[in-house]
Design a protein around this ligand. Structure first.
Ligand SMILES: [Fe+2]
Length: 343
């Protein structure tokens, strides 16, 4: 009971801070709201039963899709419901949703990502001179590490993320709030409640704003579940902010277009990393063509921790690709090692 009361109190505090920030629009309130979302996430406990059902114990949903070989279920935003989402995920392991963001919203978030990357660089430069606290408020709202949480940032991980073209979404108080507001407007909270039968939270580590340059070498195939606690449930929402993928000059995503229900043994058969799956294993284990969808700016892709995928690489991909990736968990089956954040 004490744990439930603590979780409720934490959620109340986040809601109150969100209300305050909406009224004042003050940078300090925005920073406090972001920090509290992360602090409150620490009381999200996978052992705490917040669910009102177990979707895994229910009969399988009907298969509403018949994608051609090498393709994935593909719908317009207006057709996105808990039923279409559950059907696609259960039978095909992924779902493409066209026009999830409007072209205007996609453009705005691309501009935001450039601003966050510049603010990260400004932070690193200022930190090198010991004056990171002296940055203008406008820069702190764009990029600000979480205070008193040295362990959370894993040492140099923040800088590494910046170099690889990804910045943790929650490291930007302003853009994370804009994104959550957009999700709220789109009804994503209700969709996830219906899908998970539980309140959603999101991952601090795995939710990122990306500006990815074309790869010099083929990317490694992987399942994100290889990095996460066992026994979890998840849903990743990847939104392309640039036109990318097949037939474009910007890299999208390659996917095994199948529902997988286990972690494929990583680190063998020529895999480069202990968490990755080699192209040879993918070719041997999965018959049929792989999926390489084309995405317009604003199109989204849902998949989960069992989906086997890789960033596309090919000579024709010469232009950077912008995307926002947000990993959600149900509170009762969250990957605690990915640091849940309260939404
Ligand atoms: Fe991944």
């Amino acid at each position: 009971m004490a744990a439930i009361r603590a979780a409720e109190a934490a959620a109340d505090k986040v809601a109150a801070l969100a209300g305050t920030w909406r009224q004042t629009g003050a940078a300090g309130d925005l920073l406090r709201l972001r920090d509290e979302r992360i602090r409150a996430g620490a009381v999200v406990d996978a052992a705490l039963d917040t669910a009102w059902g177990d979707r895994h114990a229910e009969p399988a949903p009907p298969d509403l899709f018949r994608p051609a070989p090498g393709e994935l279920p593909d719908i317009a935003l207006s057709a996105l419901t808990p039923d279409t989402l559950a059907s696609a995920m259960h039978h095909h392991g992924a779902l493409i949703v066209r026009g999830f963001f409007t072209p205007r919203a996609a453009l705005d978030f691309r501009t935001d990502i450039d601003a966050v990357q510049a603010a990260l660089q400004g932070y690193l430069d200022a930190r090198a001179e010991g004056r990171e606290d002296d940055r203008p408020t406008s820069q702190k709202t764009l990029f600000q590490p979480v205070p008193k949480s040295g362990g959370l940032h894993k040492g140099a991980a923040t800088a590494f993320l910046g170099m690889s073209g990804a910045v943790g979404t929650m490291l930007s108080p302003l853009v994370s709030q804009r994104l959550l507001d957009r999700f709220e407007t789109l009804g994503l909270r209700g969709l996830l409640q219906g899908y998970f039968r539980d309140e959603p939270c999101l991952s601090f580590y795995k939710s990122v704003l990306r500006r990815a340059e074309p790869l010099q070498h083929p990317a490694e195939w992987h399942q994100d579940g290889a990095f996460m606690d066992a026994g979890i449930d998840s849903l990743n929402l990847w939104v392309a902010l640039s036109t990318c993928g097949a037939g474009t000059d910007s890299p999208g995503m390659d996917l095994v277009p199948q529902r997988l229900r286990h972690i494929v043994q990583p680190g063998t058969n020529g895999a480069l990393f202990k968490w990755s799956v080699s192209g040879a294993t993918v070719a041997e284990d999965f018959a049929g063509p792989l999926a390489r969808p084309r995405f317009e700016a604003g199109d989204a892709l849902f998949f989960d921790h069992f989906n086997l995928h890789a960033t596309s690489s090919a000579p024709e991909f010469t232009r950077a690709r912008y995307a926002i990736e947000t990993w959600f968990f149900p509170k009762s089956r969250c990957a605690v090692n990915q640091i849940p954040v309260l939404w």
